[in-house]
Design a protein around this ligand. Structure first.
Ligand SMILES: Cc1cc2nc3c(=O)[nH]c(=O)nc-3n(C[C@H](O)[C@H](O)[C@H](O)COP(=O)(O)OP(=O)(O)OC[C@H]3O[C@@H](n4cnc5c(N)ncnc54)[C@H](O)[C@@H]3O)c2cc1C
Length: 408
């Protein structure tokens, strides 16, 4: 999947934002939202541009391999889930930024997302699906140096007692409540380093407890050797042979999410009905909105947030309710679903580009005129083309999913 930068997004003409909907986080929640939105976009009459911003591997925590959807008669390994979602996105890609969102700021009628690399992206709506943990390249070392505590308190202590004495330089990641385990952890391994998120309240740096974030795990010949940390005092290289993610303290923690979001007392994004928040245009799905922490729930919420965000953007851009839930009642959309490569064009439709570059050689001149303001009828005159020929060319672009049509 190709990595994009903010500069890759086409300017949307009359709107002061780069992309209609930005999804933050590429775990089960973010992927489900992306697939749902991409599917909506694939229907030419539904105008939408979207992108995914993810700092870790696509799949999020489900990449850690051991989250399995279970039920009576069903056991579905997370790896299978992640690869199916990724395959689906690969077949019909969305722009993906390999970046981290560090701040979300509401500005007039759009959001400004501040990115870790110093850049920013403007989006009309934002779906926060960033989970509880920025997992960076940790999945690569899963069970080969990286492991997680899970379950009840007794289980956590069992894991710590088993793992900590057996390694030389462990790094334990968690939330603010990790400080309560500081003494236990230090007794089990005097070389242990504890790392809590930078904005955790009440967790000042003391002894081996650091406030900061993990940027990257280092390896040598495939073996975990160290970690690059970002702390208040700058970048720190640590020798590390084991990383333990203490999820229980993360679940209870604060300061896990980018700045500027409406958070609950316990740190989670505050959502209302349909994955909305108290800020219009801001939606939340998955673990970042609190328990239950389950992949299937995260995916359901991702899909729901996608519908809600689409509804919001459509109303804002066009002052119209989208025909979202009427695919099979709207004959225009139905026809399009039946024969997606032969969209019925009409002179009054107004095409708008969805891609930066023209994907069909020879149509570049026409491509640059598709500005979201000029109807097909006007384009016939401007290009000196008959309706039949113009529609033929436009349909070539429709087949490439390169443009959309503004509602009448
Ligand atoms: C050890 C373990 C076992 C589990 N077992 C099960 C199980 O058996 N069954 C089950 O259903 N669930 C299980 N889960 C839970 C399940 O994995 C999560 O509920 C699910 O992955 C949550 O999905 P999500 O998309 O909300 O967040 P995540 O999966 O956490 O994905 C979030 C993504 O966003 C990225 N990100 C974070 N911050 C930012 C940012 N600021 N900007 C950009 N990107 C960001 C992260 O790097 C990550 O890629 C388990 C979890 C763990 C850790």
């Amino acid at each position: 999947m190709q990595s994009k930068t903010a500069a890759d997004f086409p300017w949307t003409g009359s709107h002061p934002w780069d992309v209609d909907i930005a999804i933050v986080g590429g775990g089960p929640a973010g992927l489900a939202a992306a697939i749902r939105l991409r599917w909506l976009k694939s229907m030419p009459p539904l105008p939408l541009s979207t992108c995914l911003i993810n700092s870790g591997p696509l799949g999020g925590l489900a990449c850690l391999g051991n989250s399995i959807l279970t039920g009576p008669g069903l056991a579905f390994p997370a790896a299978g889930l992640v690869s199916r979602l990724r395959d689906d996105l690969d077949r019909w890609p969305l722009p993906i930024l390999n970046n981290k969102v560090i701040g979300v700021e509401r500005r007039h009628d759009y959001f400004r997302l501040q990115l870790e690399d110093g850049g920013s992206l403007r989006a009309a709506a934002v779906i926060m699906a960033c989970g509880m943990l920025d997992i960076r390249n940790m999945a690569r070392f899963w069970r080969q140096g990286v492991l997680a505590t899970f379950g009840n308190r007794a289980n956590i202590f069992t894991i710590l007692r088993r793992e900590l004495p057996a390694c030389r330089q462990p790094l334990v990641l968690g939330g603010a409540h990790l400080s309560r385990l500081q003494q236990t952890i230090t007794t089990l391994n005097a070389n242990a380093t504890l790392l809590v998120p930078p904005s955790c309240q009440g967790a000042a740096d003391t002894g081996n407890l650091l406030q900061g974030e993990l940027l990257e795990l280092r390896e040598s010949a495939g073996v975990l050797k160290g970690a690059l940390l970002k702390t208040d005092t700058g970048l720190v290289e640590k020798q590390v042979d084991r990383v333990i993610i203490e999820f229980n303290s993360l679940e209870l923690g604060r300061g896990l999410l980018p700045s500027g979001l409406p958070c609950l007392e316990n740190g989670y994004l505050q959502t209302t009905t349909n994955c909305r928040t108290t800020i219009s245009g801001l939606f939340g799905a998955g673990d970042c909105t609190g328990p239950p922490f389950a992949a299937l729930v995260a995916m359901g919420q991702g899909a729901e947030a996608a519908f809600a965000a689409y509804d919001y953007v459509h109303r804002m851009k066009y002052n119209l309710e989208p025909a979202l839930f009427a695919y099979f009642g709207d004959s225009r959309v139905k026809d399009n679903l039946a024969a997606p490569d032969d969209f019925p064009l009409r002179a009054e439709l107004v095409p708008a580009r969805l891609l930066r570059e023209c994907p069909v050689a020879g149509l570049e001149d026409l491509w640059h005129c598709l500005d979201g303001r000029t109807s097909l009828g006007a384009l016939c005159q401007r290009q000196g083309l008959g309706e039949e020929e113009l529609f033929r060319r436009i349909n070539q672009l429709v087949k490439e999913r390169a443009l959309t049509f503004c509602p009448l």
